[in-house]
Design a protein around this ligand. Structure first.
Ligand code: MEV
Length: 328
């Protein structure tokens, strides 16, 4: 099969999990939103059957038929690009192309390894850029493929990160009902604070699996509390009740702490945000470092950001993203 174009560019948004991370891996609900920080991927077809990837300081240049073991035996910076290599190899194999290669340039606004979905967004954006060399954008195909590719990062992936990065918006995932959009009655204002402590989602997910195996009754109890919080959060979004939504964030965080996925630096960020006027705060994503989200009253967002911005962590005001993956 020939390509339609020699070059394609796509970008996909980061995400924050508002409610339900970890429990969602075990068929609990979760609420996730895309945010306005993106990863952009430029794909350029080359006539050498190599995959060349450049992302900031990291780069990888290998024959397209290289096996996974070989990539994993390279240095750490090459291993970081493994999921992107897998996406490129997968799409070229599926399209039956062995005589061409691709140069991929990755440009990211999403801090890596901090719970903001950089791995999912890089899979979504890479798959979108590569498929669009051959045909029009098909978001369902992009989601399905990126989700399988993300499982190279952690095999228990719930798929919520890839879904929201592909389709955008705020979504409620329920195992028996799938994904449904939430349109809150009023605009909520979120701050994201990153601790600078990187984690591996795969490792934290397997630590939680061990916790669940050893403490099945406690895990069940935490799961059912998390489920109730998700339900109440949907009602408070629909009713525009930001004070209740804030309380629910903090309640959800307490469950995650009991699950053992918080970190002293995360606790500091949460305390600082609550002491300075946030309505509620929690860690977001896998935890053990990474990022927190804080819900703040819209009319005092600048003052709160100024106050907490001088303390630990890096803080940013984020907007919800309703576009998901786009070309160009
Ligand atoms: C990671 O962003 C969210 C987790 O719930 C894992 C997953 O849903 O795949 C920790």
């Amino acid at each position: 099969m020939n390509t339609h174009f020699n070059r394609a560019v796509s970008s996909a948004p980061a995400k924050v999990i508002l409610f339900g991370e970890h429990f969602v891996v075990y068929n609990n609900p979760a609420i996730v939103t895309a945010i306005n920080k993106r990863i952009r991927v430029q794909a350029q077809v080359s006539d050498k059957s190599n995959i060349n990837i450049r992302s900031g300081e990291n780069s990888l240049s290998v024959p397209i038929n290289s096996n996974d073991k070989y990539i994993m035996s390279l240095d750490n910076s090459s291993i970081a690009l493994f999921p992107i290599f897998k996406c490129a190899k997968h799409v070229f194999k599926e399209k039956n192309i062995s005589n061409l290669g691709v140069n991929l340039e990755i440009d990211s606004q999403i801090p890596h390894g901090e719970g903001l979905g950089s791995s999912a967004a890089s899979c979504v954006s890479t798959v979108a850029a590569l498929y669009s060399l051959f045909s029009d954008l098909d978001k369902n195909l992009i989601y399905e493929t990126a989700r399988i590719m993300e499982q190279n990062i952690h095999s228990n992936s719930s798929g919520v990160d890839c879904y929201v990065s592909t389709f955008g918006g705020i979504v409620n995932f329920e195992p028996d009902k799938g994904f449904r959009s939430i349109r809150p009655k009023k605009k909520f204002t979120l701050l994201v604070g990153t601790s600078g402590i990187k984690h591996s989602t795969g490792k934290v997910v397997s630590q939680v699996r061990q916790f669940r195996e050893k403490n099945s009754t406690v895990f069940k109890d935490l799961s059912s509390k998390a489920e109730v919080i998700c339900k109440r959060a949907i009602s408070s979004m629909n009713e525009g009740d930001e004070s209740e939504l804030g309380n629910l964030l903090t309640e959800n965080h307490k469950l995650l702490s009991l699950l053992g996925v918080s970190h002293p630096e995360i606790e500091k960020l949460i305390e600082i945000s609550l002491d300075n006027g946030a309505l509620g705060a929690k860690l977001t994503g896998a935890g053990k470092g990474g990022a927190v989200i804080a819900l703040i009253p819209q009319d005092s967002s600048k003052e709160i950001l100024a106050k907490i911005g001088s303390g630990p962590g890096k803080w940013m005001l984020v907007e919800f993203d309703y576009d998901g993956v786009i070309l160009g």
